[in-house]
Every structure is written in structure tokens, then in C-alpha cells.
Design a protein around this ligand. Structure first.
Ligand SMILES: [Zn+2]
Ligand SMILES: [Zn+2]
Length: 279
């Protein structure tokens, strides 16, 4: 086991580079992380996707880029021995994704599981993309939420994922005219039961604040339920530009501690997971 991290060390388990839909290089992200005082960060570019989801390869690390992606991460990791820089991917869940994920994310130390995309039977759309707003207009926020929750529970059952990222991403446009009108509590309870029963970690993401959601992902009521069910959390910024790497992590520790959490889970370079005290 590695030496335990000091309590409340800055750790960011969700970061992107220009290889997927981010802006910074691995090197720039590592420098930003060190400037923020981070001890551990995880690179989690969007994994390779089927053509139907991203025909132009705008979001993902394409198969052609995977080797260069890995090499660029290794160079940045080796240049920063004072930072544990882990290699991971943010993996979209879709029907039949498992074999693709195993193949394309070979060598990953961390896999985030995400639901951004609802399948063809649900309109085949990215729920967090402003250019796919039509799904919100056609289905309405309540129905998007129901389908999101069903898809999320399927994703949560995938044993390949270490952490379920931004669990209530369907809040993305709640302050832009697409707030659910139904009581979300029954859907939240389904999600919590899925996470508990599959032994998953969930992410406390600071990105909601930068996206105008006015809360973390997950919202406070959902985070409280995860806590009451004993579901562990990790904390990530989902930074897509170097300036957002580690954004709001210390405040997220305070928030989680207020809810009742005493530790957050941190992946370490040797493959272990550490429960780091935050309170
Ligand atoms: Zn995401
Ligand atoms: Zn992300």
C-alpha cells in the first residue's frame, strides 16, 4: 500500500484533455493540478465511441489516437513525480458497450461510468448537449428524467465502472426551462438502491456550479440519500480547461462533510483505493 494521503488532500478524479472534448494537454493539466496543490488527479477523457453516437469523433479519443493519448499521459506523469497522475477514461454506457469498453480502455486505472446519451429508442440524443435540446422539447423534462434514471441504473450494473460520474446529469438544463415537475424522490431512490446493491461509488462533481445548475451533481437531496445508504463518494471537477482542474474540490469536501461523509475514496497509482478523511 502507498503512504496514506494527508486528510483533505486535493484530489480530482475527473479531468479532460484536448484528446477528447477538453482543451488542455496532459502537461498543462498536470501543471494546473500542482498549482492547485493536488496530490492525485485522474485523466478521464471520453473513451472511443460507436459511430452512431459521435460520427465526427468530436467528443472521444478515437481508436487512431489511443496510442498517442497513452504516450502523452506517460510523459506528463513522468515529468511530475510529485503528482500521482492516473490514467483513466470516462466511459459512456450504451446497450452492448461492455466488449468495446474492455478493448478500448485497456490499461486504464480508473473507469468512470456515465450516462450522457439516451439510446435510439429514446431519440438517440446527448442530454447535456445544447445542440441536442430537441430531445428535451419532444419528450419533456419529466420523461427525459424517467428514461435517464432507467439507463443510469443499467449503467450502474456494469461491473467495469469504478465510479458513476455526475449521477443526476439530467439536471443540466433545469434552470434553462427544462426542470422536472414530477417528484424526483422515487427515481432518486431507484438510483440509490442500484448504487448500493452494486457496490458502486458515485461522484460528487463540482461541474454543476460552472454549468448553471446551482448545485453539485448530485443535488443535495440525492447526495443525502446516497450517504444514508452507505454509498461512498469520490470528488471530481470534470474540468475541460486547465483553469477548471481541481475547481471547488475543497468546498466539495466541506459540503460532503455537512451531509455526513467522513471520507472520500481516492484511487492510488498502485491500483488500491484509499478512504481519505475529509472531516
Ligand atoms: Zn460526463
Ligand atoms: Zn467528463
Amino acid at each position: 500500500m502507498p503512504i496514506a494521503l494527508p486528510p483533505r488532500s486535493i484530489v480530482d478524479t475527473h479531468t479532460h484533455t484536448h484528446f477528447s472534448d477538453g482543451v488542455g494537454t496532459f502537461e498543462q493539466n498536470a501543471e494546473a493540478a500542482r498549482a492547485a496543490g493536488a496530490r492525485v488527479i485522474v485523466s478521464t477523457d471520453h473513451l472511443t465511441l460507436p459511430r452512431i453516437m459521435d460520427p465526427e469523433g468530436e467528443v472521444q479519443v478515437t481508436t487512431d489516437e489511443l496510442a498517442a493519448h497513452r504516450a502523452a499521459w506517460e510523459a506528463a506523469r513522468d515529468a511530475h513525480p510529485d503528482l500521482e497522475y492516473l490514467y483513466g477514461f470516462e466511459c459512456d454506457w450504451y446497450e452492448g458497450c461492455e466488449d468495446n469498453i474492455v478493448r478500448w480502455s485497456a490499461g486504464a486505472q480508473v473507469r468512470l461510468g456515465s450516462v450522457h446519451w439516451l439510446g435510439p429508442q429514446d431519440g438517440g440524443a446527448w442530454i447535456d448537449d445544447t445542440s441536442d435540446r430537441h430531445i428535451w422539447e419532444e419528450l419533456g423534462a419529466d420523461e427525459v428524467w424517467r428514461r435517464y434514471c432507467e439507463t443510469w441504473c443499467a449503467a450502474c450494473s456494469c461491473p467495469l465502472f469504478d465510479i458513476m460520474a455526475h449521477p443526476d446529469l439530467a439536471m443540466r438544463f433545469a434552470n434553462d426551462g427544462f426542470a422536472p415537475t414530477i417528484d424526483l424522490a422515487p427515481l432518486w431512490d431507484e438510483m440509490v438502491a442500484c448504487a448500493r446493491d452494486t457496490g458502486k461509488r458515485v461522484e460528487l462533481s463540482t461541474a454543476g456550479w460552472r454549468k448553471g445548475v446551482g448545485d453539485y451533481y448530485p443535488a443535495e437531496g440525492l447526495l443525502e440519500r446516497f450517504f444514508q445508504a452507505g454509498v461512498p463518494i469520490s470528488v471530481g471537477s470534470d474540468g475541460h480547461v486547465p483553469g477548471d482542474i481541481c475547481d471547488g474540490i475543497a468546498a466539495a469536501y466541506d459540503h460532503a462533510a455537512r451531509i455526513g461523509y467522513r471520507t472520500v475514496e481516492v484511487p492510488r497509482a498502485d491500483g488500491s483505493w484509499e478512504a481519505m478523511p475529509i472531516a
